[in-house]
Write a protein that binds this ligand. Structure first.
Ligand code: AHG
Ligand code: MN
Ligand code: MN
Length: 283
């Protein structure tokens, strides 16, 4: 596992320098969700694939930018599901972006996620790593290497509200829920990049990040294997919660296809309990 985290650190430096130096523009291809792929998405995907190709413990890779599973080694133990560049369109407007990694052992589902990591490419490069046994650990590039900064622990209640999805397509009870949080004094924070948005909420102690089911996207937008489930482990281990629109823990999700999405809610305990009441959840 150590080798995997060391590889993620190397990848982080390489992607950061691609972001900072690459010529921006769209590539000719579309990804499997039918979106235009940015050149940087493709470059980041190639960087990750190349680095992990020589890591013996890695059995296979599943990328947001590839259709299926890429088998690497028959003796490998882990499958890494990753979003090479999350929020890539934000590079054009010079906002923070990220990479997300979920490390699975066995079938690809929430219960088999054993560790996860994400990198934030912002004014600084930061890395957060978590496993089932400890709090998320924050690292930051200082000089030319990652330095451990602190463990991350969320408060019972936060102040920030990051509400995703097209508001016009929200259902009434979701709108009421979000409005009520603002009425209680929550402040809006939403950049459109789930990595910096979720990172901010975790580091500032708490709050809510939501990407609900909407009339145009009944299964939400965010992908289970390489976006939703890896962050669910982060939030749970930090003392928060991560559930879907039915109140089911995101770590219980079983995708039937690598690119399946799910409505998702990440928050501290207070906001997720408020969600359960507003949605009339039983779980
Ligand atoms: P990606 O760039 O990997 O496709 O992901 C972008 C995602 C996520 O980072 C963000 O939270 C969400 O899209 C924003 O979507 P909306 O613009 O619909 O709010
Ligand atoms: Mn993404
Ligand atoms: Mn992406």
């Amino acid at each position: 596992m150590k080798e995997i985290f060391e590889t993620i650190k190397e990848v982080a430096f390489e992607i950061d320098s691609a972001i900072k130096r690459a010529d921006l523009g769209y590539s000719d291809s579309e990804n499997s969700s039918g979106e235009e792929q940015l050149k940087l998405d493709v470059q980041s995907d190639i960087i990750i694939e190349k680095r992990f190709a020589s890591v013996k413990s890695v059995k296979a890779l599943v990328s947001e930018e590839k259709e299926g599973v890429l088998e690497l080694s028959s003796i490998g133990k882990y499958t890494i599901c990753y979003d090479p560049l999350d929020g890539s369109s934000l590079v054009d407007v010079n906002l923070s972006v990220g990479s997300i990694f979920g490390i699975y052992e066995g079938e690809l589902n929430g219960e088999n996620l054993i560790a996860s990591a994400y990198v934030v490419y912002g004014p600084r490069i930061e890395l957060v790593i978590v496993d089932r046994a400890s709090k998320p650990k924050l690292y930051r590039v200082v000089g030319s290497e990652f330095k451990y900064i602190s463990d991350i622990k969320m408060d019972e209640k936060g102040k920030l509200n990051a509400s995703g999805g097209t508001q016009q397509n929200w259902c009434d009870y979701h709108k009421t829920f979000i409005d009520d949080l603002f009425q209680e004094g929550y402040r809006l924070r939403y950049s459109g990049g789930m990595v910096p948005d979720l990172h901010q909420i975790m580091l500032k102690g708490g709050g809510l990040f939501s990407y609900p089911a909407t009339s145009d996207r009944p299964n939400g937008k965010l992908r289970q294997l390489f976006e939703v489930i890896p962050f669910a482990l982060m939030y749970e281990q930090a003392g928060g919660q991560a559930v879907n629109h039915k109140g089911v823990r995101l770590l219980k999700l079983i995708p039937s296809h690598p690119h399946d999405t799910s409505p998702c809610f990440f928050g501290s305990n207070y906001e997720i309990e408020a969600l359960r009441k507003a949605y009339g959840m039983r779980e």
